[in-house]
Design a protein around this ligand. Structure first.
Ligand code: SF4
Length: 470
């Protein structure tokens, strides 16, 4: 059977979608490989959130054209957000591309790959493919970026690596918020949610395969189900979902990302206080510390409301980590607007923040705004804010030196394969040596996939280092 390689750009939603595609191909006997040079089918699951992401995927596909020349049977495809946004136009400059499949059609990718593989094989053999009377009819490319009702429920299977401790579970697709800098409502469509029953079944299946931690994913995850399901006992559909997933036996930790501050109501704060499997980490996008800029972004909350929310979350659960996303250099951002963002970041002392320089995204209202900010100024503010963020991050990590933390061991560390890595409940990365304990057979005790208590010895950059307690 053919071998396939998927490269994923962008967010965790894309990673999750890629696993769905990998599962569907593996279920048909295709073999997954770790590099494009070994593959017969190369799929790029693209991101469109910034122009740079588009350029990266286009550049990569351009380079893959070399492989196409030597191996004409190979199949190349664009999937996901950029495929959705650009559609058939992607075929113009990249004639070796066979597939362009949008965000609501991941479940059709395996069918399309089969179809193109069969046609190419037929073409190579010089015979007609079934159903086609002449070679001239053998059009190879497939473009499918249509909306499809119910597609959110098709993201339910995933290819898990052995001893995988964590998994993402997609609970909804799309977004109705229309932030002025964001292309997602166009690429992912309107909000559509899966049912509680389907999601719980997926989590049960993952836990039965050894997963101990799941992260529920949605563009505005806390607004899950608001168009489909009613409130019950004043609890939002999202809180009802958290309660149901929390019940799954064997699940140790539950996370969700990313919530929108406007949907973060008292019922969710209450759930954080009473559902112990919910990990002590909330990623809460701020975007700007200036009310003027938040308004221009269509973010629908004020900095005062955001700060109040952070305080309420911190009061409800001891030691909860708060991380955020911030955009620097949004059109019209004055020195005073930036100073307000900086002040708020200093005041909140985030555990971590992803700071992005605003880059105009075509087909969004912000890209048409006249008062775009000079790139040098953006870079200056970006560097300045990163220093503030890194300082509070370092301080919070150093506080953990000498303490014992619970770590879910995910596998070998990326930078040193002889060491293991995992995350604390507050989502901090911890690197530690394998267990010194030996089984009677002489093998090292296996920690991957297990909860391990680690004594923290030092903090460095963005990670903690320690020794497992045995
Ligand atoms: S909430 Fe705003 S930033 Fe997030 S996906 Fe929706 S439109 Fe984009």
């Amino acid at each position: 059977m053919p071998k396939f390689f998927i490269k994923t750009y962008g967010c965790q939603m894309n990673e999750r979608d890629s696993e769905q595609v990998a599962h569907s191909l593996a279920a048909r006997g295709y073999e997954r490989v770790g590099h494009e040079s070994e593959a017969d089918v190369v799929l790029l699951n693209t991101c469109s959130v910034r122009d740079m992401a588009d350029q990266k995927a286009l550049g990569k596909m351009g380079m893959l054209g070399r492989l196409a020349k030597d191996r004409p049977h190979m199949v190349f495809g664009f999937l996901g957000c950029m495929a959705q946004a650009r559609g058939a136009s992607l075929l113009k400059d990249l004639p070796h591309v066979d597939l362009v499949v949008g965000t609501q059609k991941f479940h059709r990718v395996a069918d399309y790959v089969d179809e193109v593989v069969a046609k190419k094989a037929a073409q190579e053999a010089g015979v007609n493919a079934p159903g086609y009377s002449r070679m001239d009819d053998l059009r190879i490319s497939v473009v499918d970026v249509e909306a499809e009702a119910g597609s959110q429920s098709s993201i339910r299977d995933q290819q898990l690596m052995p001893r995988r401790a964590t998994a993402f579970v997609s609970i909804m697709q799309g977004c109705n918020m229309h932030c002025t800098f964001c292309i997602v409502p166009q690429t992912r469509g309107a909000e559509r949610s899966r049912s509680v029953g389907e999601i719980v079944a997926e989590v049960r299946d993952l836990v039965s395969r050894g997963v101990k931690e799941v992260t529920l994913l949605g563009q505005i995850v806390n607004l899950y189900g608001r168009h489909e399901f009613p409130k019950v006992d004043n609890k939002s559909p999202f809180v009802q979902l958290l309660e149901s997933v929390h019940e799954v036996e064997g699940l140790e930790r539950l996370r969700f990302t990313s919530p929108h501050p406007i949907g973060f109501r008292d019922d969710l704060i209450d759930a954080i206080s009473r559902l112990p499997k919910l990990a002590e980490h909330v990623h809460l996008p701020l975007q700007s510390g200036s009310n003027k800029i938040l308004k221009a972004m269509h973010r629908a909350y004020t900095t005062e409301k955001y700060l109040d929310l952070v305080e309420r979350i911190r009061r409800t659960r001891n030691g909860v980590a708060i991380t955020t996303d911030i955009i620097i250099g949004f059109p019209g951002e004055t020195e005073e607007d930036y100073r307000q963002t900086r002040d708020l970041v200093e005041e909140i002392q985030f555990d971590n923040a992803f700071v992005f320089r605003y880059s105009p995204r075509r087909d969004t209202p912000a890209s048409e705004m006249s008062d775009q900010i000079d790139e040098h100024l953006k870079e200056e503010r970006n560097q300045d804010l990163l220093e503030v963020v890194n300082k509070s991050n370092r301080r919070l990590l150093e506080r953990l030196v000498g303490s014992q933390v619970e770590v879910l061991c995910e596998g070998p560390s990326k930078t040193n394969r002889a060491r293991l890595m995992g995350r604390t409940r507050t989502n901090k990365i911890v690197v530690f040596p394998p267990s010194p304990k030996r089984r009677p057979t002489g093998e090292r005790e296996e920690l991957v996939g297990e909860l391990v208590n680690v004594r923290i010895e030092r903090a460095n950059g963005f990670s903690l280092y320690g020794m497992p307690e045995v």
